[in-house]
Design a protein around this ligand. Structure first.
Ligand SMILES: CC(C)(COP(=O)(O)OP(=O)(O)OC[C@H]1O[C@@H](n2cnc3c(N)ncnc32)[C@H](O)[C@@H]1OP(=O)(O)O)[C@@H](O)C(=O)NCCC(=O)NCCS
Length: 234
């Protein structure tokens, strides 16, 4: 098992059996060099294919933290861990080549990564640094429902940007929990009214995913917007 007294991840939040870790993605050569040694051959090839050193850094620091967190939770050595992707790209873990009984999801933006882990149930996590976006209007048009758009369009400047990222991360966490990525009609996944108005969490269902009840939870801080979505057991 990987043990590192100077680890670059720490527990950020606990929600029942779900643990959410924050991963520090600031530039740090020593960490990057070490993290790369924890990756397997396939992951290293992927790391090599990233076009920019920043993208490489985010990937390697997040993936190594994910390995350490899963290895500890599953009680297995790093060499036994592997990853595969489901049909729409959502990764799952393998131990000695067999699917591991654990759920996780990863997100990274700027200097911040989040890793959420749970013993069971689908979950998704999203983090976004609140950097101004040039094409905000187009994104609002393409991704949000009429109610969500009306609320965003009633604001401007920092307030609009703040709410945009709050809504965006909540939706993206849900899309990532479900795992079907870009094939989902995201504008139709309307954030419940109580949450749009500021509630920190909400239990809800969506016509597109009728079989599942979800809990959506805002995890934003001053530094970043973030949200988690997870299945509620019947
Ligand atoms: C991959 C995707 C799910 C998220 O991408 P992103 O926001 O750029 O990136 P994030 O940093 O939040 O997440 C990337 C991580 O999600 C995981 N991931 C990849 N595909 C995934 C999928 N289909 N479902 C859930 N997680 C996925 C991976 O672990 C990946 O990290 P890694 O490559 O380092 O292993 C994206 O391609 C997507 O489909 N987005 C949803 C569509 C959309 O329209 N969103 C608009 C706002 S709702």
């Amino acid at each position: 098992m990987i043990t590192d007294p100077d680890s670059w991840w720490h527990r950020f939040k606990s929600i029942g059996a779900i643990a959410v870790f924050h991963v520090d993605l600031t530039a740090h050569q020593g960490r990057e060099v070490e993290a790369l040694t924890w990756l397997d051959g396939e992951e290293r090839s992927r790391w090599e294919r990233f076009q920019s050193p920043t993208a490489q850094r985010r990937y390697v620091l997040c993936r190594a933290a994910l390995r350490a967190i899963l290895g500890r939770q599953l009680g297995c050595p790093n060499e036994s861990l592997g990853f595969e992707a489901a049909k729409h790209g959502k990764p799952f873990a393998l131990v000695n080549g067999l699917p591991a009984s654990i759920s996780f999801n990863v997100s990274h933006s700027g200097n911040h990564g989040l890793v959420a882990v749970a013993p069971r149930g689908r979950l998704g996590v999203d983090v976004e640094e609140r950097a101004p976006r040039r094409n905000l209007e187009n994104l609002i048009e393409g991704v949000f429902s009429p109610h969500e758009k009306a609320e965003l369009e009633s604001l401007d400047g920092c307030q609009q940007l703040h709410k945009f990222f709050r809504f965006w991360t909540i939706k993206e966490a849900l899309v990532k929990a479900h795992g079907k990525g870009l094939s989902m009609k995201v504008a139709e996944l309307e954030i419940p009214e109580d949450m749009r108005r500021g509630a920190a969490k909400s239990i809800c269902q969506f016509a597109q995913i009728p079989e599942t009840t979800w809990c959506l939870e805002d995890m934003g801080t001053r530094e970043f917007a973030a949200a988690i979505a997870y299945e509620v057991s019947p």
